[in-house]
Design a protein. Structure first.
Length: 337
């Protein structure tokens, strides 16, 4: 292990952009296919990994939704979450705010209850086992219509005391945030936080819409915001957290190579950027791999890495006193290492 890797691993950090379905490793996909007697279009684990060669977001989403078909029972969702939290704990993650896509499951007949209770069981287990706390964020699939999002919000009602916020994911281009303004307004009226993927493949206008129409508390990706100086200034001035995902950006061809990643430009522009893994089973690495890849390609120094980790706590939806505790422990760790 390099010094850089062990330093990043030791840094206490939060993860704020992680799709739990995107943490389904091929080995678990095969095990669940067998357990549930579901057939999958792959002959072996190697076959699955070979299929993970994407030229854009949609290429990936087609495989990601197909993979999720093996998830059928509460135990499956619990096992999925447990596998992620074990990896995250080993990476020094102390708190994680995970996305889930209920419509991917309810549309194939899996009740919302199975998904939510399975994930919540895995979350409780991670806190008991690793002291790793977590929150759930319900994402609406933006390629579906707003009525379907409203139905999902309705199905979630009995669990709203255990769901922190709503998000917006799936195919970005052609599905602007404006399509979901009313459902986000309803969700915020129920006391939920709001986040949205914007500016991953979509233009800066989608980021403006996420701010002004969805009233987001946090921006997922946001890479293309840098194309608009006024927007960048607005994000910096308002202290908006960006959940940036370097290996995802590389695998989905948002950037041509890691040397072109904008993470250091984001920090220099005064943006509260964080580093996250997005869909680690599909993009070749968990959160430490993302910090290390970005640091090596862009020459991030120790202070940058500590800033990114500090931003991850500051941008979390934890209560202020808990954030302050995490930041104090991070600063103490950084001073001692
Ligand atoms: N769903 C899972 N990962 C995603 C991403 N990076 N962008 C949009 N939707 C997603
Ligand atoms: Zn994402």
């Amino acid at each position: 292990m390099t010094n850089l890797t062990s330093f990043v691993q030791g840094l206490p950090k939060a993860e704020l952009h992680l799709h739990i379905e995107g943490s389904l490793e091929p080995e678990l996909m095969f095990a669940l296919a067998e357990r549930n007697k579901v057939s999958i279009p792959f002959a072996s684990v190697e076959d699955v990994r070979a299929a993970y060669d994407f030229s854009n977001l949609q290429d990936f989403l087609d495989i990601y939704y197909a993979g999720a078909n093996v998830l059928r029972t509460e135990a499956d969702f619990c096992d999925l979450a447990t596998a992620y939290f074990d990896r995250a704990a080993a990476d020094g993650v102390r708190h994680s705010e995970i996305f889930f896509d209920p419509q991917t499951h309810t549309d194939r007949g899996i009740p919302f209850q199975v998904v939510a209770d399975g994930l919540l069981a895995g979350m409780a287990e991670a806190e008991a086992k690793h002291g790793l706390t977590s929150k759930l964020i319900l994402c609406f699939l933006r390629h579906l219509d707003e009525d379907a999002a409203f139905e999902t919000l309705k199905a979630a009602e009995p669990w709203l005391d255990r769901i922190e916020g709503v998000g917006l994911d799936s195919s970005e281009v052609g599905h602007p945030p404006s399509k979901f303004a009313r459902v986000f307004e309803a969700a915020r009226g129920m006391g939920l936080k709001a986040v949205a993927h914007a500016g991953e493949e979509g233009p800066p206008e989608y980021v403006w819409e996420a701010l002004d129409l969805l009233h987001i508390d946090r921006l997922d990706h946001g890479n293309r915001a840098l194309e608009d100086a006024k927007l960048t200034e607005r994000l910096a001035q308002s202290g908006m957290t960006l959940t940036v995902c370097p290996l995802s950006n590389l695998k989905l061809c948002v950037i041509p190579d890691m040397a072109a990643h904008p993470i250091d430009r984001m920090l220099k522009a005064g943006l509260r950027a964080t580093i996250n893994s997005d869909d680690p089973a599909y993009f070749g690495g968990y959160v430490v791999d993302n910090y290390v890849a970005a640091a090596q390609a862009r020459g991030l120094d120790r202070d940058d890495l500590v800033t990114l980790a500090r931003n991850s706590f500051l941008g979390s939806f934890l209560p202020p006193a808990e954030i302050a505790g995490h930041v104090a422990r991070l600063d103490a760790w950084a001073a001692a290492n």
